[in-house]
Design a protein around this ligand. Sequence first.
Ligand SMILES: *Cc1c(COP(=O)(O)O)cnc(C)c1O
Length: 439
Amino acid sequence: MPGPDPRRSLPSVDSVLGDPTVRALADRHGRTRVTDEVRAVLAARRTTQAGVGGLAREVADRLRASLGEAVNATGVILHTNLGRAPLADAAIDAIQAAAGACTLEWRRDEGTRGSRHDHVSEHLRALTGAEDACAVNTNAGAVLLALCSLGGGEVVVSRGQLVEIGGGFRVPDILAASGLRLVEVGTTNRTRIEDYARAVGEETVAILRVHPSNFRTVGFTEEAPLAALAGLARERGIALLDDTGSGVLRADARLPDEPDVRASVAAGSDLVCFSADKLLGGPQAGLIVGRREAVARCTAHPLMRALRPDKLTLAALEATLALHRDPERAWREIPALRMLAASSQERRAAADGLARAIGGEVVATVGRVGGGTMPLHELASWAVVPDHVGDAQAFSARLRSGDPPVVTRIADGRVLIDVLALGEGDLLRIPDLVRGARA
Ligand SMILES: *Cc1c(COP(=O)(O)O)cnc(C)c1O
């Protein structure tokens, strides 16, 4: 005898809406929206033949905003899927302040129309030594705009720099999109200044240098020094564009092997492009600094209008750059930098405290900076392996469906809650979230 058809036992939309928990949801989110979600849940259960259990909870889940906070317990500081750099408090306050009417394109001093680039250009001039600066939505956009500002012609790039940098940023594709022709020089592992000198011809408008962020060539390798490229560019009357990627503003021993923007400007780059949400620790944006006329060609280009950042991004960016004006303050107050600078002992102490609160073992881990930066740089970190959790996959799935979700890593069949990239409040709320996921 077949059992009763579970679909038959599904309640009507109206009777679900009569449930006190669902009624409370309707008071908060509006009856129309909640009715839509109840219908969707019932329809899904009809096709999956699931029973009636947990209906109200599933409706509540669907009402949660899909873009919301998460706990980054992955051991990767700049996790692109988790929003890259967590913002400093000052940047969060600035977003709040700019949310209503704000001084986006209005000069407070004169009461006249201003430029949205003013909020970042002065800071960037001071921080990098460049003559001028502007901001767009992403570094991919910054490189595209910098290339488009050249008009047309050929751009010379080393074969060792024709890279793909996560999420579809491929140097040859960006060049193709800009309408410029790519001229490849040298080999994958070695490119010399003579290779560039031979390739620069009548049609050449620029040399593009790209930092191969997320991978390294080791062994028998050579790249032409930036100063030599700048000399060649000047001699032949063409531009030098440098995509430094990670947004390190000035050399710092705590950020080894990353090119810094100040050095690139000093070496003679005409335009330097970099991300704001990697090691700069700010919101998603792309920054362009360089010679006054070269930056002016970018801001005057029609693409600028399509790539310009919104007021919330610019507010967070200005606040983050203001913190960088005092480097030690930046290392204290910008979360990504603070996480990077913490000692292994500090991380160990955090993991010990968490293990005491949730029950479990502390294990050593190797953390990463992430976001395609410092790929060989290993950070000595620590994680808690919570006890009494049963199957690791099922437990991590329950952590993921918590509010907020806790994103973990599984290694050797164990769930690791890595402390490396946890925010200040995370250590306090993880115990409850773990407790909820154990049940
Ligand atoms: C990360 C990176 C990019 C892309 O930057 P987005 O801000 O993610 O668009 C481009 N070039 C380099 C060298 C990078 O490191």
